[in-house]
Design a protein around this ligand. Sequence first.
Ligand code: GLN
Length: 475
Amino acid sequence: MVPSMVGHGEISAEEYIASMFERIERLDLGIHAYLQLDRGGALDKARALDRRVKNGGRLGKLAGMGVAVKDIICVRSLQATCGSKILEGFFPPYSATAIQRIEREDGIVLGKTNLDEFGMGNTTQNSAFGPTMNPWDLSRVPGGSSGGSGAAVAAGMASVALGSDTGGSIRCPASFCSVVGLKPTYGRVSRYGLIPYANSLEQIGPMGREAESVWLLFEAIAGHDPEDATSSTEPVRPLRAGGVEGLRVGRIKEFFGEGAQPKVKEKVMDGCARLETLGAKVGDLSIASLPYSLAVYYIIAMAEASSNLSRYDGVRYGLSAEKGTVDWNTAFSRTRSEGFGEEVKRRILLGTFVLSAGYYEAYYVRAQKVRELLTREFTLALKKFDVLLGPTMPVLPPKLGEKVTPLEDYLIDINTVAANLTGLPAISVPCGFVDGLPVGMQLIAPRFREDVLLTAAVAFGKGQGLKSPPLAEAA
Ligand code: GLN
């Protein structure tokens, strides 16, 4: 069943959406991709769509597609948790611009998906509501922080999904769950209604099993929005007819560095070879300041997070400890102690530290300088190459509950954070399996050239056949 059948008399939107919920009922107990479902609302919308089909009305480009939404993006009247206890009981009074645009094109929101608290993590284990399992191997993590969205799409529990990517959170779960995930250029998609973690780095973006559906969803959500002053008016270009013929692909040496597992590197090298047989020209290059990108990212992301999260004071939103019974300072600190998880607290502390007098110049200002340097180096590299390439994640999906230090955990973001620091668009495409586990290949393009990324992703995916996790096939 494909959603495009809706409106062509082959299947009604109601039947399609109902079948999706049946699938969720059968599979999600073991995967835990969703935090909340909107069955009633989704079926109402599907029935309205069917009536429109009957009356010969206009159908949007996403007609009947079931969309899973990361629970850090506001959907009016559905609870928004950000995977945190601190937002308990918060129902946003408005929908994010991306959601409004999806609904304008007749896409149907199915529910909200699990994530690392406020997007902080790469395994979805930092959720206050328990972890999500990887549909390819239930004993492993799906990646994060948009792990619920990745798992939902991989297991066929949504046609497509929205994630958000501050330092890799769309591409990491795309890689670990063998789906396509796009982080758009900074400013391409409105951030209105995206609950902020680190504003200067993040974007909402599409995830899906095929590059084609990711492109459809991207086109629907892209574009200027008066509600977000950083959103751009740059038009979206169409996909290239010639595929990857003549595309200049630059393999970034640092992306194949020491920390990367040899089998993962080999798979991505195979992917490169495949691009070559499709007509691309592959060369190698080095980006000198890349080794600093992780440190720079974590300084800036934590600094912005510490400021963004100051709004959770127990007065304006969600959880409120000891309301009215103690003085305000005590209530404030109790609310935050109870409401935030360990990782979020760690980042608020570190972020406050790097912004404090005496350390601001040494950490934050210096990080911003290196960020500028990195941006210049990438801009230069993208004059020689049309896209830059490497493994999305340097490792295979780790086991759930595996004990790692926070630093070891941060290290696996090594290949994804540069695109956020530089604002460049980046995509992860499925690139085969090692020991039955998915490997993702990352491509990075010049600003506003998502068309190049998707052209390559479509060409790369052709003839590969869509594989499903065994458990989803049986369902
Ligand atoms: N893993 C990174 C972090 O924890 C990226 C998260 C994200 O993109 N939201 O900050």
